[in-house]
Design a protein around this ligand. Structure first.
Ligand code: AMP
Length: 281
């Protein structure tokens, strides 16, 4: 397994594999790898001959008061996990390699980036789309793998590659959860023992919503009220950032639940901002 720190290290390695006729898979991550990331790596290994995992905590997707400094970094364990999975290249660029000077060029997906998480984290998705665009251009993969856990991100990345004609297939993989339903996330490390006990309430509230919608398609407002009631009872320390029932493609709020919807939510629990979502219908 090759550890690449520079773009000049990555490109020839991938080019050699491509010349041999191998298909290339890219799994972009910010490291602190957990089972969620590993499921993407497994999917890439299943679908491609040559797998590149990028491990880069991208500063441009963090807001000024967010957790860039404290974001968990476990490069040794990440490399070991990649090695076990048969990854071919781990790309760990320093910040200066990705952003050697003030960047004047960014990739922005209007409208979709202003909803849900984007409304609360201005500039976040522009940071994400810009770094993913750079990684796609650096690696030139046949397929790139993203998690449904970050639902809005997956929608926006798909839109980026469609609008800008990137020659890559975007593959999304299901959310990997703890046995009690909590979505795996690097940020779960911020939870205290007490907060960790309350954290499954997010997924429980989504399951409650699924039951209501599949049963009798009540108006969205009624579903949201029931979810908030469950959260207040089972995660009393949680602070809602948002809970919305939206169209899966436009991410616009919908009132009618007799159709396919995505319920997306973000809740602060202590210093952790947890997100989760469920597609229904
Ligand atoms: P991150 O390191 O948080 O930027 O995540 C890197 C990739 O892993 C993104 O495509 C995420 O959607 C995906 N991912 C993170 N957590 C999970 C999870 N619990 N299940 C599936 N994919 C995940």
């Amino acid at each position: 397994m090759k550890i690449a720190k520079t773009i000049a290290d990555v490109r020839p390695a991938v080019a050699a594999a491509r010349r041999e006729g191998q298909t290339i898979g890219l799994v972009p991550t910010m490291g602190a790898l957990h089972e969620g990331h590993l499921s993407l790596i497994d999917a890439a290994a299943d679908g491609c001959d040559y797998v590149v995992v990028s491990n880069f905590v991208n500063p441009t997707q963090f807001g000024p008061n967010e957790d860039l400094e404290t974001y968990p970094r476990t490069p040794d364990a990440d490399r070991a996990a990649c090695q076990v999975r048969g990854v071919d290249v781990v790309f760990e660029p320093p910040v200066e390699e990705m952003y050697p000077r003030e960047e004047l060029t960014t990739v922005q997906v209007r409208d979709l980036s202003d909803r849900l998480c984007g409304a609360r984290r201005p500039g976040h998705f522009t940071g994400v789309c810009t770094v993913v665009s750079k990684l796609l251009h650096i690696v030139l993969p046949d397929r790139a793998y993203f998690g449904e856990k970050d639902y809005q991100q997956a929608v926006i990345i798909r839109r980026t590659v469609e609008d800008l004609n990137f020659p890559v297939e975007i593959v999304t993989c299901p959310t990997v959860r703890e046995t009690d339903g909590l979505a795996r996330s690097s940020r779960n490390a911020y939870l205290t023992a007490e907060e960790r006990q309350q954290a499954p309430a997010l997924h429980e509230s989504l399951q409650l919503a699924r039951g209501m919608i599949e049963d009798r398609h009540p108006p969205a407002g009624e579903v949201l009220d029931a979810m908030r009631e469950h959260l207040a009872a089972c995660a009393p320390d949680g602070r809602e950032d948002y809970i919305e029932i939206v169209d899966p493609e436009t991410l616009e709020s919908v009132e009618d639940t007799d159709r396919t919807v995505v319920i997306a939510m973000a809740v602060y629990l202590g210093s952790a901002r947890l997100i989760d979502n469920m597609r229904i219908g």
